[in-house]
Design a binder for this molecule. Structure first.
Ligand SMILES: Cc1cc2nc3c(=O)[nH]c(=O)nc-3n(C[C@H](O)[C@H](O)[C@H](O)COP(=O)(O)OP(=O)(O)OC[C@H]3O[C@@H](n4cnc5c(N)ncnc54)[C@H](O)[C@@H]3O)c2cc1C
Length: 403
């Protein structure tokens, strides 16, 4: 039978993440929203704590990996594991501040890619590395199969050439996982990911972007010009398997989409908590035992927002739970990301509205959260792209049949 309670054993982790969010993130949230591009040095101490949590096998608020095979298959049966823990931790931390979570050392989306597709040897070699992920290019965003960055084999190395844009932590991370094609004539199957470490000749950070929200997080443009990386830095296998196509690199998304959904849940809950406080202070009660129709209009709106939040929350937990239980979760990951991305945008804007002018000013974090929310409906696949993926899966259509 389905159990909607969070697993008891995750209680300690949730508590720790919540304390950190309340005591480390919230007090510096506005400071780094204003001081865009300044690294939040307060995070160093905290990152070390998270490293400890992750190495204990409990998982923290960062990047695990959806590993489909290998030694870690473990016992069969129903389990709540690393992916669920990461999602639960991420929700708490993003209740504190999503931009700061995205700035956490060693918790980059590139770390999720490494966790998902690296060989055991690579996992060991790249342990402790902070890795960003670079897919998007000036001519390719949603259609990641259209990337033009090339990786040409030369002896024991690959030579990378191309430009990547909008790379989260692209300036601060130790390395970047770069998607590049081995052979443009072979289509999506030839796309592989490469770990490129900072300081590699030919790898340049061109600039960082100014943004609407998540201003604590750096977003960089990167250029690769005859950038030579060792052959062993290609994640997974170099074979171009046209039957398997994109499967290797796409597997990363099965891990990162629930994570981004969890970020959205955290921000939405922050806005709901604050709005409940404001409504209560204004004398508006929220009664769960009476129909919304018979309550104050603000309370009725709040109940609707909460219902959407709950739906997004449960979809997100389901997608992470499936990953932990070795069940294919691409459909659920996209459903969670679509629902949570849409919900956080609606919830945060509605909360600004319910709080009136106060919600629109910098006196309140509601204003900030409504700006932070939108990216969660864009990166790791936009709302429209998630809906497209869901439609393809539900209708049994290929990407060529439904575009
Ligand atoms: C702050 C920030 C951080 C980011 N971090 C990263 C990162 O770390 N790594 C990385 O690689 N990228 C990152 N991105 C890039 C992000 O993933 C892309 O912006 C996103 O995938 C959309 O691509 P695009 O901007 O090129 O939009 P486009 O693909 O050009 O899409 C434009 C619009 O058209 C819609 N659309 C496109 N195709 C279809 C279709 N077939 N059907 C219906 N609608 C469609 C889209 O939903 C969107 O609304 C980041 C972006 C931002 C803003």
């Amino acid at each position: 039978m389905i159990n909607l309670e969070t697993p008891k054993k995750a209680g300690a982790l949730i508590n720790q993440a919540y304390q950190a969010a309340a005591e480390v993130f919230r007090p510096i949230s506005r400071k780094y929203d204003r001081a865009e591009h300044t690294y939040p040095s307060e995070l160093d101490m905290f990152a070390a704590l998270l490293d400890g949590l992750n190495s204990s096998g409990e998982g923290g608020a960062g990047a695990a990996g959806v590993r489909r095979s290998g030694k870690d298959d473990g016992p069969k049966g129903n389990r709540n594991g690393a992916n669920l823990n990461v999602v639960l931790g991420t929700i708490e931390m993003c209740w504190g501040d999503v931009g700061l979570l995205l700035s956490m050392p060693r918790q980059g989306l590139g770390n999720a890619a490494i966790g998902s597709v690296a060989t055991d040897e690579q996992l060991e070699r790249f342990k402790g590395l902070w890795a960003a992920m670079a897919i998007t290019e000036p001519g390719c965003g949603s259609d990641s199969a259209a990337i033009t960055t090339t990786a040409t084999q030369d002896g024991d190395d690959y030579i990378l050439n191309g430009e990547k844009i909008f790379v989260t932590s692209g300036q601060r991370a130790d390395a970047v996982v770069v998607w590049a094609t081995l052979d443009r004539t072979k289509g999506r199957a030839a796309i592989k990911s490469f770990v490129v470490e900072k300081g590699t000749p030919g790898f340049e950070v061109v600039r960082v972007e100014h943004k609407l929200g998540i201003r604590a997080s750096d977003t960089a443009v990167l250029r690769f010009e005859n950038c030579r990386v060792p052959r062993e830095n290609l994640l997974g296998t170099p074979e171009i398997d046209t039957a398997k196509g994109f499967a290797g690199v796409m597997q990363t998304f099965d891990n990162t989409r629930p994570l981004v959904a969890a970020m959205a849940i955290g921000v939405a809950r922050a806005a709901l908590d604050e709005t409940r406080r404001i409504l209560t202070e204004a004398g508006v009660g929220i009664d769960y035992d009476r129909p919304a129709l018979t309550q104050h209009a603000a309370a009725a709106t709040f109940l609707q927002l909460e219902a959407d939040y709950e739906a997004a929350y449960l979809l997100t937990l389901e997608s992470a739970w499936m990953a932990d239980n070795r069940q294919p979760n691409s459909l659920q990951a996209s459903m969670a990301k679509a629902k949570a991305g849409r919900t956080v945008v609606e919830v945060t804007l509605k909360c600004v509205e319910l709080a009136g002018s106060y919600g629109y000013t910098e006196e309140s974090l509601l204003e900030k959260w409504s700006r932070d929310a939108k990216i969660l409906d864009i990166f790791e696949g936009t709302q429209q792209i998630q809906q497209l993926i869901v439609a393809r899966r539900v209708l049994g259509k290929t990407s060529a049949q439904l575009k």
